[in-house]
Design a protein around this ligand. Structure first.
Ligand code: GDP
Length: 444
């Protein structure tokens, strides 16, 4: 899996911090030492690492601690923010030309995935914009590149313009553009030649194509497995061409993370897409924040914290904590909690935001429906006020009455009462420990 070792090491470094109630400056420095090593080992560019570590440390040491966040969580948020910024802040969408066709020129070293990505992009544009792309086969050097693009075109039902391998690539592109005009294609995707290394002849050829058609996008395809070497390649291409964005391919492989984390900072060019497999639908828009979450193995923990903060005010939280301490948590509180959870959004989406949950095999089998919560509520609503406050009253005949009242089977009534008992016990244990329930939930 991509970024596995980087993820693990970052999570370990952060995990240590999370276990502490209070975080000192020394703790932050210690964590940052580990973060630095983890990044260097993931083959992230040295300057990028240095900048990153400095930014996080400066912010973390001087960080104000938000009311309802622990200092550890605050530091995690900073690491996450800075990782996101390093990769470009927000998603960078494809530019569109004011008049059709929008021309996308694919460039990159041989084997980086240009031809495959050309097909993936055509597919993406058709799916998302109902586009009618034309692909132009202008790689006349790599044996079989033209045939490869034609095969991809057939698979997608996208026309491919080619003139074999005996013509000058600039001529091929010119002729291809004539065809696109005739057929009124709204996108033209040009597959160009690559080399094993950057050389002058190739760059001149690509620059000639650029000068001929002035593409809206010149997308550099980069193999993520090449680590930070990818940044040198990017700089080489960028010197001669107006690169507008990067497609990072092979993120499904065992890549360490160096390319993803270095390329934006070093070249200033946004990563626009990632390739996540050989199939033509395995192309994803690149979202720096989601990638940061993925690297930190957090699901979307920050949204969860934010949601919890906005939906659950301090006063309510304190009242609940008091009730738990006094052991007076009853079915009325249970109902309140359920309302709060429901207000936060679809339950399985919320579960996925909990760190470690998104990739947890249990999540795959989990299918919590909003109506499950409604059933639970129906059962609780069927209780008398006395029963809600004193669940011990619930004997077999009362349970049967609840089943009748809520229209749910007796077994389900039993299950809900059991769930209530279990959560009550769990909350009591949490309240006795040093950490708050939220922290335990978020902890390792
Ligand atoms: P080009 O020389 O730059 O045109 O590269 P190709 O498109 O021919 O790709 C080289 C190899 O990488 C092919 O075997 C592709 O199937 C494979 N490839 C391209 N993109 C990806 C990707 O995102 N993931 C994986 N696993 N393989 C890819």
């Amino acid at each position: 899996m991509a970024f596995e070792s980087l993820s693990e090491r970052l999570q370990n470094a952060i995990g240590k911090l999370r276990k502490k109630g209070k975080v000192s400056e020394a703790d932050v420095r210690e964590m940052m030492r580990e973060v630095r090593l983890a990044l260097l080992e993931a083959d992230v560019n040295f300057t990028v690492v240095k900048d990153f570590v400095k930014k996080v440390r400066d912010r973390a040491v001087g960080a104000e601690v938000l009311d309802s966040l622990s200092p550890a969580q605050q530091v995690i948020k900073i690491v996450n923010d800075e990782l996101t910024k390093t990769m470009g802040e927000a998603a960078a969408p494809l530019n569109k030309a004011p008049h059709i066709p929008t021309i996308i020129m694919m460039v990159g070293l041989q084997g980086a995935g240009k031809t495959t990505t050309a097909g993936k992009l055509a597919n993406y544009l058709m799916k998302t914009q109902k586009a009618r792309p034309l692909m132009i086969a202008a790689d006349v050097y790599r044996p079989a590149a033209v045939d490869q693009l034609k095969t991809i075109g057939q698979q997608l039902d996208v026309p491919v313009f080619d003139m074999g391998t005996d013509h000058d690539p600039v001529d091929i592109v010119k002729q291809g553009m004539v065809q696109a005009d005739l057929q009124k294609n709204d996108y033209v995707i040009i597959d160009t030649a690559g080399r094993l290394q950057i050389d002058d002849k190739l760059m001149t050829e690509l620059a000639n194509i650029e000068n001929e058609v002035h593409p809206t996008e010149i997308l550099l395809t980069v193999d993520a497995m090449t680590g930070q070497a990818a940044t040198e390649v990017a700089e080489g291409f960028n010197k001669r061409l107006n690169i507008t964005g990067v497609v990072l391919t092979k993120l499904d492989g065992d890549t360490r993370g160096g390319a993803a984390l270095s390329i934006r900072e070093v070249t200033g060019k946004p990563i626009k897409f990632t390739g996540q497999g050989e199939k033509l639908d395995q192309l994803d828009v690149f979202y720096p924040d989601r990638m940061a979450n993925r690297i930190l193995g957090m699901g979307d923990m920050l949204s969860l914290i934010e949601k919890a903060q906005t939906d659950y005010d301090e006063k309510q939280a304190q009242e609940m904590a008091d009730k738990i301490k006094e052991n007076s948590f009853d079915f009325n509180d249970f109902l309140d909690q359920m309302d709060q959870i429901q207000n936060m959004g679809p339950i399985d989406e919320i579960m996925k935001m909990i760190p470690g949950m998104a990739n947890n095999p249990a999540m795959k089998n989990m299918n919590i429906q909003p109506k499950d919560l409604d059933h639970i509520k129906a059962i609780v609503y069927s209780m008398t006020p006395q029963e809600r406050e004193n669940p011990d009253l619930l004997n077999a005949s009362r349970k049967r009455r609840l089943a009748g009242g809520s229209g749910r089977p007796v077994q389900e009534v039993n299950r809900v009462i059991k769930q209530f008992d279990t959560s009550k016990k769990m909350m009591q244990q949490m309240s006795k420990g040093n950490m708050s329930g939220m922290e335990q939930m978020l902890g390792n």
